[in-house]
Design a protein around this ligand. Structure first.
Ligand code: GAP
Length: 434
């Protein structure tokens, strides 16, 4: 147990030290479980989002993209059931220290902080309220969206008509969602502001089971393809009594985080819950050829999956990897090249030789059009390699004295540490091929 929490602590401090993730409003002491993605974190998160988008939208003819607004009519949330009991956590309050806890997360009947007696549970809605317009009155109250998919349902007809879509088809979007979580926990695992990547697949009800299995399979393969090992992923079918208010069936994809097996993605059969309720509340007919399509949903947090990808990739090697003798522990982020925040580091062998530095700058300029490249000339070359290994950079390109004669460089691979001599004018092709 201690080992696991140690690993999580290491990941948290690594994320800060190397510019992946900072606490929000840190100079003011932080702010209620919100986080900021630093220069490397934003690159990595963009890579995750791009991989998801390529897989779910760009590589298919039957899924369309969307970017709907965060603020919507409050009627959307009445219709979706999020303002009523459906979207609420059961809370208990400690009679002694007055702290509140989610009942479903408690392991015992007493307060986990002070051992005091707990109150009867009370429902607490998770929607974040806000006010639109200059006056804070009821008429202008709305909510920050708690799931991105509601923007998809209210645009179902728009997409159907403008894309001349035929069932089955999907609509996908990536965007922020907000929940007033009571017990935000485990770094960026559960936060109050997060980003979702959601796809809603509209189909005939008789095909729903078949597509549910199909999408679960597709989604598992996405993780495997990006380097998550099979032993660290498993599925969990949510029991009937614990299903969300909209779901007929739900399977969670669980990742083996350092703090235990936890949901990273949900695949849901939402039946006709959303389209029929929006039809009823809006008066707009959202049927397709006389019936309401069923919805199979895949929903993953961009931030939460980023944590899983970092946890999977993070490795410490005692005494180093033998490249040069190092006494200390060496950290390597062995992640899929497509997710690495920096693709290439350009390193002049020494920094005090003008023509070498000039050449390195030229190589940097050549590559920066196609890749995220970092230029680094400070410190011994071994140290610079290790700095890049630590942030998962797959390729280090070294410009040495031979480069000035034959226009070739060495390309070092992060995982094998093998170095290959490559001509400068074929570098882009070489990197793209690997
Ligand atoms: N539209 C369905 C839906 O929102 P969910 O199971 O509530 O379903 C789906 O959320 C995914 O969104 C989760 O698997 C998780 O990856 C992410 N997510 C949900 N709440 C989150 C939170 N408070 N912080 C970070 N990610 C969250």
């Amino acid at each position: 147990m201690k080992k696991e929490s140690d690993l999580m602590q290491k990941i948290v401090s690594f994320s800060k030290r190397r510019g992946f993730i900072f606490q929000s409003s840190e100079i003011y002491g932080g702010f209620g479980s919100c986080y900021d993605f630093g220069p490397l974190g934003v690159e990595m998160k963009n890579n995750i989002k791009r991989e998801w988008w390529n897989e779910m939208v760009r590589s298919r003819e039957d899924i369309f993209g969307l970017d709907s607004s965060i603020l919507m009519s409050p009627k959307v949330w009445e219709a979706s059931g999020h303002l009523t009991a459906g979207f609420a956590d059961e809370l208990v309050e400690c009679n002694k220290c007055k702290k509140r806890f989610r009942k479903d997360l408690l392991e015992e009947d007493r307060c986990p902080e002070c051992g005091g007696e707990l109150s009867e549970p009370r429902k607490f809605n998770l929607m974040m309220k806000t006010f639109v317009g200059p006056v804070e009155e009821d008429a202008s109250t709305t909510y920050l969206r708690a799931e991105t998919c509601q923007g998809i349902y209210v645009n179902f007809k728009n997409v159907l008509q403008t894309m001349r879509a035929k069932l089955p088809f999907g609509i996908a979007q990536i965007g922020k969602a907000f929940r007033n979580e009571i017990t935000p926990k485990d770094f960026i695992f559960r936060t109050r502001e997060f980003e979702q990547m959601e796809m809603q697949w509209f189909c005939d009800s008789k095909d729903a089971d078949k597509f549910f299995d199909y999408w679960l399979d597709q989604r598992l393969n996405w993780y495997y393809g990006l380097g998550i090992s099979k032993k660290n992923l498993k599925i969990y079918e949510v029991p009937k009594g614990e299903l969300a208010h909209y779901a007929r069936k739900a399977v969670d994809i669980l990742y083996n985080f350092p703090f235990g097996w936890k949901e990273v993605e949900g695949v849901h059969n939402r039946g006709d819950w959303d389209l029929s309720n929006h039809s009823k509340h809006s008066g707009e007919d959202l049927k397709y050829e006389g019936f309401y399509p069923y919805v199979i949903e895949t929903s993953v947090g961009a931030d939460r999956s980023l944590l899983a990808f970092i946890a999977e990739a993070y490795q410490e090697v005692e005494g180093g990897r033998g490249e040069k003798s190092v006494k200390e522990v060496e950290t390597v982020l062995r992640m899929d090249k497509r997710l690495s925040p920096v693709k290439i580091a350009v390193l002049p062998l020494v920094k005090n030789k003008e023509d070498l530095v000039k050449k390195a700058r030229q190589v940097f300029d050549l590559l920066k059009r196609d890749f995220n490249v970092q230029y680094d000339e400070s410190g011994a070359i071994g140290r610079r390699y290790r700095r890049q290994d630590e942030i998962g950079t797959p390729f280090c390109i070294t410009i040495d004295f031979d480069t000035l004669n034959d226009d070739t460089v060495t390309v070092r691979d992060r995982d094998t540490m093998k170095q290959e001599r490559v001509a400068v004018d074929s570098l882009t092709k070489y990197i793209n091929l690997i």
